[in-house]
Ligand binder design. Sequence first.
Ligand code: UDP
Length: 266
Amino acid sequence: MRFPMSNHSKVNLLGMQLDALDMQQAVDTVWQWREANQPATCRYVVTPNVDHAVMLQANRRLQDAYAGAGLVLADGAPIVWASRLLRRPVPERVAGSDLAPALFAHAARLHAAGTLDQPLRVFLLGAAPGVADRAAGKIAHRWPGVEIAGTLSPPLGFEHDAAENQRIVDAVNAAAPDVVLLGLGAPKQELWISEHASQLRVPAVLCIGATIDFLAGEKRRAPRWMQRVGLEWFHRLATEPRRLAARYARDAWVFPRLLWRDWRGC
Ligand code: UDP
């Protein structure tokens, strides 16, 4: 079920209902979820890129996870271009790796102005052991007004283990965060939150891929100019060619065909 907090428009693209929001509006929406003070309602954000859009076509569970998301934001520049090409534009790219720092910066601004009543409590769930702790230290240092509620790096294969999943849910609920950064990669993170949102007492969960690694300084993001001209995928491919080459080759083949089908309306 979706929980619209504003009357912005939605854009149907390749079977996804994208929210036509810019970065500031996305931050404001997540902030409103927190302010609504209904921790029993867990809303989550997914941020599709080309690879996710391709995966979604054949993955029914991922489609359901997307349908249950509180926000669906265009992460990849090619998704934004596609929305313009098909004349259903979203305002701009809102990447998960930018949304998390933008949210922290919002908290830091309110803190500096003396108008933040409670610190923004953030839980980092995902990434290799030790990485989330390093990211936590950097976040707390860089953004006053943000408090780390906890970190957890789930063991390999945790998603198939009911007892392990319950332990994770209990640990997150016990930490009482405002926001969870969920970095398990796609589609694992989207499937996990769609399955467990009803058990979580957290206002907002952001599915953010490798963002915890970026915040920890473990992986480097593409330089700003590459992000601006839509070459972030190329930078990732260059840094992890073995893992990503086959995936990106498939995406380069399938994505234009999906666009063509969508444009023809079939
Ligand atoms: N990851 C994890 N648990 C898993 C699988 C992945 O914590 O079972 C983390 C991994 O350590 C990394 C992130 O998920 O921090 C992967 O994000 P990325 O966006 O690179 O994954 P992709 O969506 O490209 O597969």
